[in-house]
Design a protein around this ligand. Structure first.
Ligand code: MGD
Ligand code: MGD
Ligand code: SF4
Ligand code: MO
Length: 696
């Protein structure tokens, strides 16, 4: 028996991007574990990915190309050869492209975060083809925009520093489920005497383990941040030197936040005046003592109408109190812009050859866009859709529309997948893709500062192929002869980072493959001495760019589309706010089909407060129907004060086909977009809930 250990990387859409060690015995991967030597992984993988071999060798893995033999969405397929698959796809794409290539749309997100199996060969292919571009907004675009206006780029506190903070605000995130290795640092900080405060409408697994939990109404975070700024300024809990040297627009900010006294903030957020005051004073006074105050701001608060502004307002706080002076102070949203990723080489935008950039379709409005006919404003109808690294039928908002769009008989749909997901059910051609254990890749991360290498541990299962290889075959079939379509995965990985950038000066693909990871060459405290990436080089309390983009140049509060305060008429009919954040044992919709993990989650639940349940005659265990004008779904009620009054919580994202009614939380979400970044508003939703007595 031969046994080897292969260095790999967890590919999932999670900030932690763990270093994995894969044990391979006679060509079979028998175990995966966290690399004990990688500083942020520290030998620990989450429960989901510890089951990686169960997912990889799952009996339902797609192993051969298939074509549809049933109705759209029915999920009936017959095996075909790779040759037939590629010929069918290229002949169809050629016919459509001859008319207008913009009628072809790639649809992909972060099923793998690898830079090779993500957007490299696929982007080259679609650029050369002249297909519509995809605006990849479904997750992080609102906060990214708000943060960039304020700080200049997605650069922030290094996760490896958080254990030295004295106060950590965990704002709109549930790291025990979704950012475990940050949580390990926060725990260490707690052991060293730090205070942890969670800001979340729901008593999440994380909120219950913090010293304090502020359960505000969803979508009101921007107001809370305005209130904190009001108190910091009114009580002079400021770092005047830092403000003078490294910020822009303090006087205008001071005038603006006068409008946000604690009483108004408390009313807007549905919390007490004391909660607002205590939070602001804890933050300001800790910083005034010269101790590090840090904020981990995540995604929960971005998925509402004012999500971009909320992140912007929160991003102003560290500069006011000089928190950036400490390596352990400041704020972390995402580390993405710390990596000098070489998009020009990976994706070859220069291949866009038609003289003008093709139109861009927003992935968050795919439901409406698939149902649009040709028009001068929109351009051609979408006639072909190539889906990879994504499961839009389960994850995109207003799912009823998405399913209707995917159900169009005249739409030609190709899906590259590991499994027959809800989206795969609609494919005309379904292609088997390799998993991370079967292909090579290189990764950047959004939660730490290491470049990461993934080596293939085992041979592809069945006839599965890497995304790159599938697009190489498609490119050959289309007759694309640019040499870049022959690049090997190794050759692509070697182009991933720009070595001329001082941060990636140590980047060498061959060395990285051996070692597994390499930290970027960056300072510990990114803005200790200013140097923000904004036009002024300062933290911008006042942003001329926002003004130019038609936004309020100062921090402000934008109420949700759907809330009792902002839309009382709608709230009469649909009085409960619904959020659907990630379940601990799933990763978006990935892993829902892994039985051991699905069994742990049980079935789709809805958490609701005892007061809201009582008036509806609902008890724990009852089947309930959740509905609004967009759609409905059923779930099993859990009556619990984890959900604040007026809020219901359905942990997600379930595959529709595993739910008794074939539906999930996205039946009730809307396609309306955020204030900036054109992102979805998954948590800006009003619903009604009632006991469901229909027999199943
Ligand atoms: N286990 C697991 N881990 C994951 C994922 C997963 O599906 N499962 N998904 C990955 C991905 S793609 C992402 S983007 C991240 C997301 O992970 P997080 O950044 O943690 O974001 P969410 O899970 O969307 O929401 C986190 C918390 O925000 C709260 N929240 C909801 N609305 C609001 C609000 O208006 N204000 C405030 N303050 N809080 C609010 C929710 O109750 C929830 O507890 O996690 C990644 N990691
Ligand atoms: N209601 C509600 N909806 C949400 C959210 C929410 O909190 N609530 N969260 C939103 C967020 S933050 C995000 S990021 C999106 C996530 O949406 P998606 O990015 O679509 O994520 P997944 O659902 O995990 O689907 C990824 C798919 O890619 C496949 N895949 C993985 N690796 C590969 C590969 O190498 N090749 C190919 N071809 N396929 C691969 C997996 O098998 C999986 O089916 O969902 C959003 N939708
Ligand atoms: S999902 Fe996140 S925590 Fe789990 S192994 Fe992957 S990177 Fe690590
Ligand atoms: Mo996400």
């Amino acid at each position: 028996m031969t046994t080897s250990i292969v260095r790999a990387v967890c590919p999932h859409d999670c900030p932690d991007t763990c270093a994995m060690l894969v044990t391979v015995q006679d060509g079979i991967a028998t175990a995966v574990r966290g690399d004990p030597d990688h500083p942020t992984t520290a030998g620990v993988l989450c429960t989901k990915v510890s089951r990686y071999t169960e997912r990889t060798y799952h009996p339902e893995r797609l192993l051969y190309p298939m074509k549809r033999i049933g109705k759209k969405g029915e999920g009936k397929f017959a095996r075909i050869s790779w040759r037939e698959a590629i010929e069918t796809i290229t002949s169809r794409l050629k016919a459509i492209a001859a008319h207008d290539p913009e009628a072809i749309l790639p649809y992909s997100y972060a099923g793998t975060m690898g830079l090779v199996q993500g957007e490299s060969m696929s982007s080259r292919f679609f650029n050369k083809l002249g297909a519509s571009l995809l605006d990849r907004t479904i997750c992080a675009a609102a906060g990214a925009a708000g943060y960039k206006y304020t700080i200049g780029a997605r650069i922030g506190t290094d996760v490896e520093q958080f254990q030295n903070a004295k106060l950590i605000l965990i704002w709109g995130g549930n790291p025990i489920a979704s950012n475990l290795h940050f949580w390990m640092r926060a725990q260490e900080a707690k052991r060293r005497g730090a205070t942890l405060i969670a800001i979340d409408p729901y008593r999440s697994l994380t909120a219950e383990k913090c010293h304090r939990h502020i359960a505000l109404l969803p979508g009101t975070d921007a107001a809370l941040a305005l209130g904190i700024m009001h108190i910091l300024i009114a009580e002079d809990l400021l770092d005047h030197d830092y403000i003078a040297r490294h910020t822009h627009g303090f006087d205008q900010l001071e005038a603006r936040v006068k409008d946000w006294p604690p009483q108004r903030v408390a009313e807007t957020c549905g919390i007490t005046v004391e909660e607002v005051e205590q939070l602001a004073r804890a933050y300001g006074a800790t910083a005034s003592r010269g101790e590090a105050v840090a904020i981990r701001v995540n995604y929960g608060l971005q998925r509402v109408r004012g999500g971009g502004m909320a992140v912007r307002n929160i991003a102003c706080l560290p500069a006011l109190v000089g928190a950036w002076r400490h390596a352990a102070g400041g704020i972390q949203l995402s580390a993405s812009d710390t990596f000098p990723k070489n998009n020009a080489a990976l994706q070859r935008p220069d291949l866009l050859s038609r003289g003008h950039a093709p139109r861009t379709i927003n992935m968050s409005t795919i439901g409406d866009d698939l149902l649009r006919g040709a028009s001068p404003q929109f351009g051609p109808s979408i006639d072909a859709l190539i889906v990879y690294n994504a499961n839009p039928v389960a994850v995109a908002p207003q799912s009823g529309k998405v399913a209707q769009g995917f159900g169009r008989e005249d739409l030609f749909t190709v899906v590259l997948e590991h499994f027959q997901t809800d989206t795969a059910d609609y494919a005309d051609i379904l292609l088997p893709a390799t998993t991370q254990l079967e292909h090579a890749d290189i990764h950047m991360t959004y939660g730490h500062l290491y470049m990461m290498a993934n080596n293939a541990a085992i041979a592809p299962l069945g006839e599965a192929k890497p995304n790159t290889e599938i697009f190489r075959l498609l490119a050959a079939g289309m007759g694309f002869d640019d040499p870049c379509f022959k690049d090997s995965d190794d050759a692509i990985a070697a182009q991933a980072f720009d070595k001329r950038d001082a941060r990636a000066i140590h980047f060498d693909w061959d060395a990285l493959k051996q070692k597994g990871w390499q930290k970027l060459n960056v300072p510990n405290a990114p803005f200790a001495d200013g140097g923000f990436a904004t036009p002024s080089g300062k933290c911008e309390f006042y942003s001329e760019c926002m003004q130019a983009d038609g936004l309020d140049p100062l921090p402000t509060y934008i109420a949700p589309y759907e809330s009792a305060a902002s839309n009382p008429e709608l709230a009469k009919q649909y009085p409960l706010a619904m959020i659907s954040p990630p379940a601990r044992n799933f990763l978006n919709s990935t892993f829902v089909n892994v039985l051991s993990l699905r069994n742990t989650e049980g079935e789709p639940h809805l958490d609701m407060h005892p007061a809201d349940a009582a008036v509806r005659g609902i008890e724990s265990g009852d089947r309930v129907r959740i509905h609004n004008a967009r759609g409905s779904l059923v779930a099993k009620a859990r009556v619990t004060d984890r959900a604040r009054p007026g809020l219901v919580v359905g942990l997600s994202i379930w595959w529709k086909k595993f739910a008794s009614d074939g539906k999930n939380a996205n039946e009730v979400t809307s396609q309306r977009l955020t204030d900036m970044g054109h992102a979805p508003t998954f948590y800006d939703v009003l619903v009604q809930v009632e006991k469901d007595d229909t027999k199943t």
